[in-house]
Design a protein around this ligand. Structure first.
Ligand code: GDP
Ligand code: MG
Ligand code: ZN
Length: 292
C-alpha cells in the first residue's frame, strides 16, 4: 500500500492553464497540478496540496469569499478568487471599451466585490471623451480617478490598501506597470520591458498574484476583450446596474424585464434621463445574450 503523501496548505499565485504555482505557508513556491483535467481553480484560491518532491497535486480548495469569472455558452474562465475589490483600468491613450467596463462591473457586483475605476496615463492629458467617461462613472458610484502608473503611485496605493485586488482591463492600459511600480519585487512583465529586451510586444499571459504586505495583494490579469455573463440569472441582471436599483420593484408587472413593458419604472427613468440610454442598451444586449 502506498503511504499517504504529506499535505500542505497554500495559495494559488499563478494559473498557467493546466498547472498552477502554489505559494506554501513557509513562502516556498511549488508547481501543482489539478486532480482531473478540469481547470476549476483560480489565482487567489486557498488550497490543500499533496506534495511529492518539488511538485504538488491540488487536493482541495477552501470555500471562496468571491470568484470573479466570465462565461459564455461554450466556455467558462475563472479569473480571480477571494478578491475584495475589482480595479478596472482604462487609459487616456486607448479607446474605452464601454461594454467591457460595464460587464466587469456587473460580474463584480454579482459577487459583492467592491469596484473602482482607474484612468491611467493621466500624464498624457485627458481628452473630452475621457472626462465624460469620468463624469459618467462618478455618477454611477465607481469613483473613477485619474492616475499615472509611471509618475505617481501614491493614489493607487491608498485605494488598494488592505484589499485583495484584481486588476482588469484591455491590454495596454498599464495593469502590469501598476503592479511593477508599487511592488518592487513584482517584475510583472510589461510591454515596455520586452521592447527594451527586443523580445517583441509583451502581454501578460496568465493571472498572477503579488503581495504588497500582509493584508494587501494584487492579481494582474491578461488583457480582456470580451466578457460573457452567462452565469448571471436574467431576473437578477438589473440589480447589478447600480443606477437601476432605485427604480426596481415598482414596475406594473412583477416579472418585468424592463425592456418593452408598459409602466416600467426603468424605461420611465431612461425617458427622463435618469438612466443613460447607452446603459439601458447594454442591459438589453446582455439580457438577450444570457436568455431572458
Ligand atoms: N505615459 C504612460 N505610459 C504608461 C503608463 N502606464 C503604463 N504605460 C505604458 O503602457 C504600455 C502598456 O503597459 P502594460 O503595463 O504592459 O499594460 P497591460 O497590458 O495593461 O499590463 C507600456 O508601454 C507602459 O510603459 C502611464 O502611467 N503613463
Ligand atoms: Mg500586463
Ligand atoms: Zn420594469
Amino acid at each position: 500500500m502506498k503511504a499517504d503523501l504529506p499535505t500542505s496548505k497554500g495559495t494559488i499565485i499563478a494559473a498557467h492553464g493546466r498547472h498552477y504555482s502554489v505559494e506554501l505557508i513557509d513562502g516556498s513556491i511549488v508547481m501543482a497540478y489539478p486532480k482531473g483535467k478540469a481547470t476549476k481553480y483560480a489565482c487567489g484560491d486557498e488550497c490543500i496540496i499533496s506534495l511529492s518532491g518539488s511538485e504538488g497535486r491540488i487536493v482541495a480548495i477552501d470555500e471562496r469569499s468571491s470568484i470573479f469569472w466570465r462565461s459564455d455558452t461554450y466556455k467558462q474562465k475563472l479569473i480571480a478568487a477571494n478578491v475584495t475589490m475589482l480595479v478596472m483600468v482604462v487609459a487616456t491613450d486607448l479607446p474605452i471599451n464601454h461594454s467591457l467596463t460595464a460587464r466587469c462591473l456587473i460580474a463584480a457586483e454579482q459577487q459583492r466585490i467592491k469596484a473602482r475605476i482607474l484612468v491611467n496615463k493621466s500624464d498624457l492629458g485627458l481628452s473630452d471623451s475621457i472626462r465624460q467617461f469620468i463624469r459618467k462613472y462618478t455618477h454611477l458610484g465607481y469613483e473613477p480617478i485619474d492616475v499615472s502608473a509611471i509618475n505617481n503611485t501614491t493614489t493607487i496605493l491608498n485605494i488598494i490598501k488592505d484589499e485583495r485586488i484584481v486588476l482588469v482591463g484591455q491590454s495596454g492600459v498599464g495593469k502590469s506597470t501598476i503592479v511593477n511600480n508599487i511592488i518592487d519585487t513584482a517584475h510583472a512583465r510589461t510591454a515596455s520591458i520586452s521592447t527594451k529586451l527586443h523580445t517583441g510586444r509583451h502581454t501578460t499571459t496568465h493571472a498572477e498574484l503579488y503581495r504588497l504586505d500582509e493584508t494587501t495583494s494584487l492579481i494582474d490579469c491578461p488583457g480582456l476583450q470580451s466578457f460573457g455573463l452567462k452565469h448571471i440569472a436574467p431576473k437578477d441582471l438589473a440589480n447589478y446596474f447600480s443606477e437601476f436599483r432605485t427604480h426596481l420593484n415598482k414596475c406594473q408587472f412583477d416579472n418585468c424585464t424592463h425592456t418593452v413593458e408598459p409602466n416600467c419604472k426603468v424605461i420611465n427613468a431612461v425617458h427622463n434621463n435618469l438612466i443613460e440610454l447607452s446603459r439601458w442598451d447594454e442591459y438589453k444586449k446582455i439580457l438577450t445574450e444570457i436568455g431572458r
